[in-house]
Design a protein around this ligand. Structure first.
Ligand code: G4P
Length: 526
């Protein structure tokens, strides 16, 4: 198969959802349809049980599951689908943001009872930054949910994206009769079943057909006719190009746990979802069909065994063919790297592979050379952009409790930050080190791992900080002046970039007003 054909047959995406909306269930059903697994219950939720929150080993055991399911590859109707898992726990939101940089599209699951929830809003912001195409799956139609029109309005309003229903529910909860596919005009009748995989869809050339009344009853049939007329009147025709540009999200309704509406969505997904796309580097745009390999690391998973400090780096292939044992340019690194242990993930299995293509995600065994955001190429010096850090939400000062182990502490902190566990900021004055995270959990993780893997003992002291803002200015003199006058609040991130550590929202606003020539950014890439 030619490189072009390999690229055309791949679809790499992630499912995003607020916890409990049904991401795990939908993932499992997709794998069932893809024939990658054959029993329900095979996919484990990567949700972290909050009851065990204080027990880090337990957390890691649970998180271990997510290594195996980090990428689930399967074939469906001749298409190779790479489904990337995203952590269920919001404290690992940074992980999810980065995973979204490695996909070409997204399926968003919304619980029809709860509507758009906070975590979905945040994840959607990240998708919008990159114009990632989104398909929306409104789940749990077997429950008494909210009115579908209200749900769609809420999606448009809260997620700031236009929607276009491609299917429409007939009733809901106890009176849920099925879904009418507006795209291919087929009626899919609902029978609650955890197991049934095939569905019998009936085509209606004309909804006036009296058979519809016989099948679902006169009132629901009339309601459907009314709804379809209204939808076709209100929503413009679905244009694939609008979806591909991230402007319009097609919407499907279903019930994942009942296998309902899932393969309908999957069939549309493989028709409309984009194959691997071009990606930007600091030098130029890279097209997937370029013969020379390039890719970037978006996730690193550490080995929890302190005797074997190897880790798995997850690499997204962006162009060309990646080959095992071939030396590649580690851009900015000390030496070329070659990988003998290259893993591809197929549903529940891992296998060593010799080659991989754009859109594929491979696991590279690494002894500490790679860090998140690193680029590997077949020669060229360029770095993939668009893998930013976001301002953390919780900040704590790192206090070394064992002065004899300062070196170990520094090494440990550096490596953990390279894995993306948290972000480290070092104040210009006094070199105080501050760790920033999006959740409390990471502090436990860091403390435990520093002790266990590096023999360093730390405490974390609360800090009254609101945001870390990366700063820049076109006027270097003004920037220098700002740094000088605010030097108690200036820190450097892991790459040495200047960061303003704001104590409160109001104060940040005041500083912004007072220094109009300084730009304040909430992500590290601007
Ligand atoms: P998540 O990964 O997004 O966090 O959600 P997950 O799939 O684990 O689903 C959360 C709960 O919602 C599960 O119930 C699951 O069975 C249920 N669920 C998923 N899809 C549907 C659906 O279409 N209809 C209904 N009624 N429920 C659905 P649970 O009680 O937490 O777990 P379980 O014991 O059922 O596995």
């Amino acid at each position: 198969m030619s490189l072009k054909e390999e690229i055309q047959k791949r679809r790499t995406f992630a499912i995003i959802a607020h916890p409990d909306a049904g991401k795990t269930t939908l993932t499992e059903k997709l794998l069932l349809f893809g024939g990658a697994i054959n029993t329900a219950g095979a996919v484990k939720s990567n949700k972290i049980d909050t009851a065990t929150k204080s027990d880090w080993m337990e957390i890691e055991k649970q998180r271990g599951i997510s290594v195996a399911t980090s990428v689930m590859g399967f074939e469906y109707k001749g298409i190779k689908i790479n489904l990337l898992d995203t952590p269920g726990h919001q404290d690992f939101a940074e992980d999810t943001y980065r995973t979204l940089t490695a996909v070409d599209s997204v399926i968003m699951v919304i619980d029809c009872v709860k509507g758009v929830e906070i975590q979905t809003e945040k994840l959607m912001e990240v998708c919008r930054m990159r114009n990632t195409p989104v398909i929306c799956f409104i789940n749990k139609l077997d429950r008494e949910g909210r009115d579908p029109y209200d749900l769609l309005d809420e999606v448009e309003e809260k997620l700031n994206i236009k929607v276009r229903p491609l299917s429409w529910p007939i009733g809901m909860g106890k009176s849920f009769k099925g879904v009418y596919n507006l795209y291919d005009q087929k009626l899919n009748l609902f029978t609650p079943s955890q197991r049934k995989l095939s569905d019998d869809r009936k085509t209606f050339e004309n909804l006036e057909d009296s058979e519809l009344d016989q099948l679902i009853g006169q009132n629901p049939a009339d309601q459907l006719r009314e709804d379809v007329e209204l939808i076709e009147g209100v929503y413009p025709e679905f244009e694939i190009s609008d979806y591909l540009e991230g402007k319009v999200a097609p919407v499907f309704f279903g019930s994942a746990v009942n296998n309902f509406g899932v393969n309908e969505m999957l069939d549309t997904f493989i028709q409309i979802a984009p194959p691997p796309k071009s990606r930007m580097t600091d030098v130029r745009e890279v097209k997937p069909e370029e013969p020379k390999f390039s890719g970037f690391v978006f996730k690193i998973h550490a080995n929890m065994d302190p005797n074997h400090r190897n880790r798995i780096a997850f690499l997204r292939i962006c162009s060309g063919k990646f080959e095992r044992n071939k030396p590649y340019n580690h851009v900015g690194g000390a030496k070329p790297l070659r990988f003998s242990n290259v893993t591809q993930f197929m549903a529940q299995d891992k296998e060593i592979i010799d080659e991989a293509f754009p859109g594929d995600i491979v696991g590279l065994y690494d002894t500490g050379n790679l860090k998140i955001g690193d680029t590997l190429t077949d020669g060229e010096n360029m770095v993939f952009t668009g893998i930013p850090s976001f301002s953390p939400e919780i900040f704590r000062e790192v206090v070394n409790k064992d002065a004899m182990k300062t070196k170990q502490l520094e090494k440990g902190l550096k490596q953990l930050m390279e894995e993306g566990v948290a972000q480290l900021f070092t104040f210009e004055m006094g070199s105080r080190k501050v760790v920033g995270t999006v959740g409390q959990l990471q502090f436990e993780v860091i403390q435990f791992r520093l002790k266990n893997e590096y023999n360093a003992t730390v405490e974390f002291h609360p800090m009254n900080l609101y945001k870390a803002c990366w700063i820049s200015s076109t006027d270097k003199k003004q920037l220098d002046e700002f740094v000088r006058s605010k030097n108690r609040h200036i820190a450097r991130d892991k790459d040495g970039k200047l960061v303003f550590m704001a104590e409160s929202k109001a104060w940040l606003q005041m500083v912004q007003d007072n220094y109009p020539e300084i730009e304040f950014h909430f992500t590290s890439e601007f």
